[in-house]
Design a protein. Structure first.
Lengths: 235, 695
């Protein structure tokens, strides 16, 4: 399979605004309980952008650089195995050149710091990201203004940003079909909100699209494979 | 045999010039191992006992670590004097492997400096419990409180003072022990008499506050202590036990103060070593089981179990070759046979000694957890010895191939002899250091894992072996490989006088994903006779020694032969070797060969303010930045950078960051060089070849 085909077939496509390769500034949020595949999901979103030739910044809060790197290696391997990609190593080398991982200790992360880093990178022409994924951001302490600032910064940089957030079963149930705590108060800032939940009656994990202002997802049923955490269209 | 509970293997580690060697000297004096005190930069021309290499004496620094044995009260302490200079961190890491605990020495004026940060990080990596000693409290500007705060802020240690200095700078008179609540004064000519007294009134407030903080911190590790505090006054043993627990868990760092130079605070430091640092049984060490794919095996520390010992340091001194060993389990006696796991060779334990810097003491046997030296053992640094019944190794058997080389030329005949002696020694000490003679240029080539790595050895050659050498420019070890399948069909024919030569070899070559070379014989019907198949194999391998792009060795190729022809009289081994050689060259150029270069995994660590600059500097060097890790005000930038671009980086980095950042690098992989660079390399190789041909 060729790279182009892989891009077109990627079910992640249905979550992203804009047409293939032309995704525009957008704020996305992936919520789930611990261990359901938030990081895997973010990495797939990042890999999709990378395959599209965009540069990606992966911000990992509280996780080590090595661990984050291994996520990419594993998911890329799964993609390659799943679709018999031609010359996978060349593609891998190429996309890795376009990825930068920034890890922060929980205590040293702040919006101001992130902004400073990003500006510095762009100013020095080291990377010009088209997509940023932020894993491990603590939504229990975030206020509306901070997140709004982040969103404005992303728009100014023409950046697609995806966050992950931890939710809890009781909050999910309490909210019914709405965006659960701790993100319910900032839900208005996101264009897309996805909640990962174990599918009833099967091993799979459902991608419940709670909010989708891009209108791309439609009525599609997306799920995560419980073993590889790969996104696929209904199993 | 040593009572393991009363044994300590400790290291003393610190930034250059924080007085570590002086401290060690004092420790040896008070433990009555030496009978006179010499200064590091001694006016008496003797120098401190631990600095046994001449170079170290001259510079006032410690390069190689020597292990020294001493007694304190009824405890036995092995001290590994670890190097403090940034350029010798390989030695530091090697020493850290065999330590159970460490004293981090800091200057009360300079505080936590970049080297302390590196050393502390290395200690964290090797899980070494440590305590801090704030030295030089007699110096102008001494401020132990500030240093303690730095230990917390910069090193992330839970630093808790166990003492309060009595006076500072020139008024330093002694220390108050916050556990026993006594003031200690050091009297006599060399501070050997300790006088206990009541706490001076002017300090009572500070002492009370710090004692409370100490009890608070210690009680986190002991419920018993917590209860005792609530009920009234806890006893000394209880407090010590709690501090010990916290220290062993690496969650508390006791801080002591003093001045080695003025002989103040050394004996309490030794007491603290026995109170708070672990004995060998309290530390978990792992061996690798070679019979089980290097699975980790926890060593038992039991003297009755099969012997496992690690040779961590070789020394070539006036006694001949000395090998320092740390025993992890089992017992080794004089006259025993032990097996070197790497070579499989059996050796007999001749003399077994305990080393005191430059003097030694013969012993009959040594048990688990001890550090001793052996005489005349032929081995390399990092080798594991066992009694032969088990196949464990303390360090991985995998030795990476060298990635950089230098040509060296002795300046005269005398240097020639000394140089070969030195090279022989270094290759034994360090498995990643290699040497050979290039048959084409007749030059001696040394190769290793980085520029600095080789520089250290060249310096040692000059200093220790008086081998003055001229050094060529560093060369990166390039390789060549093919990127696609290509066919070959080559006939070797020669008919000049005597018997002729004839052989035809046909087939294809293709990239091999894993491994260096594979030969596949698909000949049917005997078109190439059986006896000449191996000749073809030989011919291919000969061709692979030197690629046609830049003359680098070729790797990662599968050679398949599927056709050929022979002649009843003229075909021979040589003829088919030549045919295969020709066939390979024929196919090689068609298979789109590329040059591969070593890529290093580089980690640069420095204050966050320099992050941008560091990234820029790596980017300029064709580096691929993998990512950054930020912790408080400290950042690590990780990148993959071609080795050829890393020459001189330490100097650049120093000027870029005012000397506040450091970098480490290790070999990661071989990768194809970009086209523009490849063209340059090919042109350069061509030019060199022309010049050689002219000669």
């Amino acid at each position: 399979m060729l790279k182009q085909e892989l891009i077109a077939k990627n079910p992640i496509r249905h979550l992203k605004a804009g047409s293939e390769g032309q995704a525009r500034a957008q704020m996305g949020l992936v919520m789930a309980r611990a261990g359901l595949g938030k990081t895997a999901m973010l990495v797939q979103i990042a890999l999709d952008s990378l395959l599209n030739g965009k540069q990606v910044i992966h911000v990992s809060i509280g996780q080590s650089l090595e661990k984050t790197r291994i996520w990419y290696d594993d998911i890329f391997k799964d993609i390659v195995e799943g679709c018999k990609l031609a010359s996978p190593y060349e593609i891998y080398d190429e996309i890795m050149r376009n990825r930068m991982i920034m890890t922060f200790k929980e205590s040293s992360f702040s919006r101001a710091r992130l902004e400073e880093r990003l500006n510095d990178l762009v100013y020095q022409n080291l990377i010009r990201p088209g997509c940023m994924v932020v894993d491990g951001y603590d939504f229990t302490v975030v206020d509306h203004q901070t997140l709004q600032d982040l969103g404005e910064m992303a728009r100014a940089m023409d950046l697609e940003v995806w966050f992950s957030a931890v939710s809890h079963q009781e909050d999910e149930e309490a909210k019914g079909g709405g965006v659960p705590a701790p993100c319910h108060e900032v839900a208005d800032l996101f264009d897309t909100v996805v909640l990962l939940q174990p599918a009833a009656g099967s091993e799979c994990i459902d991608l419940n699209i709670l909010k989708d202002t891009t209108g791309k997802a439609g009525d599609r049923v997306l799920q995560l494979d419980p073993i590889t955490f790969m996104v696929k269209e209904g199993c | 045999m040593r009572d393991l509970a009363k044994a300590r293997n400790i290291g003393i580690s610190a930034h250059i010039d924080s007085g570590k060697t002086t401290l060690t000297e004092r420790i040896l004096f008070y433990t009555q191992r030496i009978h006179a005190i010499h200064e590091v930069r001694g006016k008496d021309g003797v120098g401190a006992t631990m600095d046994s290499m001449e170079l170290e004496r001259e510079r006032g620094i410690t390069i190689a670590s020597a292990a020294t044995f001493c007694d304190w009260k009824d405890y036995t302490i092995n001290i590994i004097d670890t190097p403090g200079h940034v350029d010798f961190t390989i030695e530091v890491e090697r020493a850290l492997r065999v330590l159970d605990g460490a004293i981090l020495v800091l200057c009360s004026v300079g505080g936590v400096q970049s080297q302390s940060i590196t050393v502390n990080r290395q200690m964290t990596r090797y899980r070494v419990p440590r305590m801090a000693f704030i030295n030089k409290c007699d110096r102008t500007g001494a401020n132990p409180d500030r240093v303690t705060q730095q230990l917390r802020d910069k090193l992330n240690l839970n630093a808790v003072p166990l003492q309060v200095p009595i006076g500072l700078e020139s008024d330093l008179a002694g220390v108050v022990d916050l556990v026993s609540m006594k003031a200690l004064y050091f009297e006599g000519d060399q501070g050997e008499i300790i006088r206990e007294a009541e706490i001076p009134d002017n300090l009572s407030e500070e002492v009370a506050t710090k004692r409370e903080a100490l009890l608070d911190a210690a009680s986190m590790f002991s419920d018993e202590l917590m209860e005792a505090i609530l009920e009234g006054e806890p006893n000394e043993e209880m407090i010590r036990a709690a501090i010990r627990k916290g220290t062993l868990a690496r969650e508390l760092t006791p801080v002591l103060v003093g001045s080695a130079y003025k002989n103040k605070g050394i004996q309490p430091l030794l007491d603290a070593v026995t109170y708070y640092l672990p004995n060998p049984q309290e530390v978990t060490n792992y061996a690798l089981d070679l019979n089980n794919e290097e699975a980790e095996f926890r060593v038992t520390n039991d003297p009755k179990d099969p012997l496992i010992a690690l040779a961590f340091k070789l020394e070539d001194g006036r006694y001949g070759q000395l090998t320092y060993l740390r025993t992890y389990q089992g017992t080794m006696r004089k006259g025993d046979s032990i097996v070197n796991i790497r070579t499989g060779k059996k050796i007999k334990v001749g003399r077994l000694v305990r080393m005191h810097a430059d003097q030694m003491e013969d012993i009959e046997e040594t048990g688990a957890g001890d550090i001793v030296a052996l005489f005349g053992v032929d081995c390399a640094s990092g080798d594991t010895f066992t009694d032969g019944s088990v196949n464990y190794s303390m360090s991985s058997m995998h030795v990476p191939a060298p990635v950089i080389s230098l040509a060296i030329r002795p300046v005269d005949n005398k240097a020639q002899g000394n140089m070969s002696k030195a090279l022989n020694r270094f290759t034994k000490e360090d498995p990643t250091f290699k040497t050979f003679v290039d048959t084409e240029t007749n030059e001696t080539i040394i190769s290793g894992m980085g520029e600095l790595h080789l520089e250290v050895y060249i310096e040692r050659m000059k200093r220790e072996y008086k081998a003055e050498v001229e050094v060529g420019a560093p060369q990166v070890a390039y390789r060549e490989t093919v990127t696609q399948k290509a066919e070959f069909n080559y006939t070797h024919k020669k008919q000049t006088g005597g018997s002729g030569q004839f052989g035809r070899v046909a087939g294809y070559l293709e990239p091999l994903e894993e491994g260096e070379y594979e030969f596949v014989d698909k000949i049917v019907g005997g078109v190439i006779p059986r006896e000449f198949i191996s000749s073809c194999d030989k011919g291919f391998q000969k061709a692979m020694a030197k690629g046609s792009l830049v003359g680098a060795p070729i790797t990662g190729i599968r050679c398949v032969i599927n056709d050929g022809s022979s002649h009843a009289v003229d075909s021979s081994d040589v003829a088919f070797q030549q045919a295969a050689l020709g066939a390979f060259r024929d196919g090689y150029l068609k298979a789109k060969p590329v040059i591969m270069e070593p890529i290093m995994k580089v980690a640069v660590e420095g204050p966050t303010e320099f992050q941008g600059g560091i990234m820029g500097s790596l980017n300029q060097r064709r580096g691929m930045i993998i990512g950054t890790t930020e912790e408080e005000d400290y950042t690590v930038v990780e990148a993959e950078v071609p080795l050829s671009e890393m020459f001189g980086y330490s100097t650049d980095l120093r000027s870029l960051t005012q000397g506040k950042a450091e970098f480490t690098m290790e070999f990661a992989a071989y990768r194809p060089v970009p086209k523009s660079v490849a063209e340059e390399l090919v042109a350069k190789a061509k030019k060199e070849k022309e010049q050689q041909d002219k000669k």
